[in-house]
Design a protein around this ligand. Sequence first.
Ligand code: NAP
Ligand code: GCO
Length: 266
Amino acid sequence: MAILDTYSLQGKVALVTGASYGIGFAIASAYAQAGATIVFNDIKQELVDKGLAAYKELGIEAHGYVCDVTDEDAVNALVAQIEKEVGVIDILVNNAGIIKRIPMTEMSAAEFRQVIDVDLNAPFIVSKAVIPSMIQKGHGKIINICSMMSELGRETVSAYAAAKGGLKMLTKNICSEYGQYNIQCNGIGPGYIETPQTAPLREIQPDGSKHPFDQFICAKTPANRWLQAEELQGPAVFLASDASNAVNGHILYVDGGILAYIGRQP
Ligand code: NAP
Ligand code: GCO
């Protein structure tokens, strides 16, 4: 097979969770360009509708469903509905996620649990729902959206870092347990991406200056800039395609070099 053909997703069904916008939307759009049929979910119908319109603007006839990924019954029903209406899921991207930036000693246990629920329990729930059909079909790709916080901590993100650290190990465990069925489970660890989730960290200050965190992250990134969601598309297509069939249990950091860099001197 010609090497570029191994990157094709032609004939594949891809479910990207929480993909009405942001990173999930960028990844799903790239998968559509590579030939996949796109399925996505969001919590609210209005967001699913907005997402469907946005995909349509790109010429993508996506399938959108309302589903809270933390609700196991709802997820199992969603997967059954997708298999009936679209087809067996070949590629799953566990993208849906939340963050709460609260100092740990001020964070309630309920708030901690909410982040763990979406960012770690949900990838377990959705992966568990799709793996049986992947086994039956003889192949599958699961891609978990990890984070810099799968490797590093910082102030106010204790729950998120715990979840993303756990997601790194869940990735390795799915690889270990289901690699024998030709299922590859890998992670993508984005650096700092310009999306709604990080908008508060980039707000222009009342005096018109850049947010201190914005300046901090640029100094920690060799290219001295935030990354764009579109810069995750190539790595995401690679991990969803036959080109990566021998890659398993790997977290591919797409961070512009943050993890390699001590940071620019002030
Ligand atoms: P985002 O803009 O906040 O989008 C997150 C998406 O997940 C939204 O569509 C959201 O829907 C959905 N979602 C949240 N909770 C859900 C639930 N219970 N069920 C279904 N959908 C749910 O975030 P993003 O920046 O695109 O990040 C996407 C993923 O990348 C997350 O896992 C995040 O942790 C990770 N990540 C982000 C960055 C970054 O710099 N942005 C870097 C590394 C990793 P609603 O709008 O309805 O809540
Ligand atoms: C934060 C940011 C990060 C990014 C991402 C980095 O508050 O530090 O939100 O957590 O979202 O996870 O990889």
